[in-house]
Write a protein that binds this ligand. Structure first.
Ligand code: PMP
Length: 407
């Protein structure tokens, strides 16, 4: 049997559909973030990164770097085992205390990524309930979809952010059926937000559990950076909050926060928690430093918001097709996979602007886009450069520009 043939075919199919991904090798420089070195076909070149999910630059902040370096020097770099066998270090326990406090919950549990926390968290929760119905927003992230699938439980998908449809599903299930409503706060591609209070109202009325993914909101929203539920005063209404340590907090890892019994049951049953090596202590120490810093410092959030607002206003004034929303994500619509890829290639090669195209299946076909994420460190001058680079690229590709307006 020619095994290789199958893999080559799979790759050819992706290339045919223009979905084959080519990575861009970037070296972020702590002192010049978001400027970075691109190791491309023409050698090393200076670029500006406009598509990082290190939304607040905490991955390069002195508090996280110092916490990580100090912990590595004193405790070493690896956890040494699973949490059950040698992997429960003091920095991880302290991190979980910080996270429980951040979300006002009894307990928190850390996983090796946000992906794992969703996949193993959702499937384990559901497996511990009798004949559960998993009710999932149609735009939920792949890690949540995989968690729902892996649970083996019955599922219903409700139309994105559609509370009337959600209510129909809840009503049809009846009050006695175990139900989990699974949704996100900030949806990462359109940057829209969910009606958390309305969903919690329904959960109470129909006696359902709520599971909220705050991956794109923690660190960024709420007075202490606890996320969008904190921002709208709904945090106490949610049964389980899931998030990442890898975006607003700048490091790596994921977690769940909720009632002691729920979190302890997941700790005791989730294979994605039990059978894998714990996070390295320095990674936990850095995450905790970011969380504690952002609980008391609003400066990064305020500066990020200001630069996001300026970016949106400048791009729109230049006639670029910015999808409107109320969050930190700036989608610039292209509507075609090949053109989105061409725009991204041109931006980095001709203008030193690094922004990845977002294509199917991450977004529906016909809504391909550039997804721009300004951080507190993207200066006004960099925003001007971005605007000019995008306008030139739109012209070069024959893409439609609206009327230019005074910014
Ligand atoms: N949830 C959502 C909504 C996500 O977008 C992502 C990844 N971008 C994850 C979970 C997974 O988080 P992590 O990157 O920490 O694995």
């Amino acid at each position: 049997m020619n095994y290789e043939h199958y893999f080559e075919n799979a790759l050819a199919a992706l290339k045919n559909e223009r979905r084959y991904r080519v990575f861009v090798t970037i070296e972020h420089d702590v002192t010049r973030f978001p400027r970075a070195t691109w190791h491309g076909p023409q050698g090393a070149r200076e670029v500006t990164v406009w598509c990082t999910n290190d939304y607040l630059g905490m991955g390069r902040h002195k508090v996280t770097i110092e916490a990580m370096a100090e912990c590595a020097r004193t405790l070493g770099v690896g956890a040494g085992g699973t949490r059950n066998i040698a992997g429960t270090s003091k920095p991880i326990v302290d991190l979980e205390t910080s996270l429980a406090d951040l979300h006002g919950k009894e307990a928190a549990l850390v996983f090796t990524s946000g992906y794992v926390s969703n996949e193993t968290g959702i499937s384990t929760l559901a497996k511990l309930l009798p004949e559960p119905l998993l009710i999932s927003d149609e735009m939920n992230h792949n890690s949540m979809i995989e968690g729902v699938r892996r649970s083996g439980g019955e599922k219903r998908i409700f139309r994105h952010n559609d509370v009337a449809h959600l209510e129909e599903v809840l009503k049809a299930a009846g009050p006695d059926r175990a139900k989990i409503i699974i949704f996100e706060s900030v949806y990462s591609m359109d940057g829209d937000v969910s009606p958390i209070h309305a969903i919690c109202d329904l959960a109470e009325r129909y006696n359902a559990m709520t599971y909220l993914d705050e991956v794109h909101a923690v660190g960024l929203y709420g007075p202490r950076g606890a996320g969008y539920a904190e921002e709208v005063g709904a945090m106490h209404r949610l049964d389980v909050i899931e998030a990442t340590l890898a975006k607003g907090f700048g490091g790596l890892g994921g977690y769940l926060a909720g009632k002691e019994s729920v979190i302890d049951a997941i700790r005791s049953h989730a294979p994605g928690f039990i059978f894998t090596t714990a996070l390295p202590p320095p990674v936990a120490a850095a995450a905790r430093a970011a969380i504690e810093h952002l609980k008391v410092s609003g400066a990064e959030r305020a500066q990020q918001r200001a630069q996001v607002a300026k970016t949106k206003a400048r791009l729109a004034a230049a006639g670029l097709p910015v999808m409107p929303n109320n969050t930190h994500i700036v989608p610039v619509m292209v509507g075609d996979a090949q053109l989105a890829k061409a725009a991204s290639d041109m931006l980095i090669e001709r203008h030193g602007v690094y922004v990845q195209p977002i294509n199917y299946p991450t977004v529906p076909r016909g809504t391909e886009r550039l997804r721009i994420t300004p951080t507190p460190y993207h200066s006004d001058a960099l925003i001007d450069e971005l605007t000019e680079a995008l306008v030139a690229t739109w012209r070069d590709l024959g893409l439609a520009l609206g009327e230019r307006q005074a910014a």
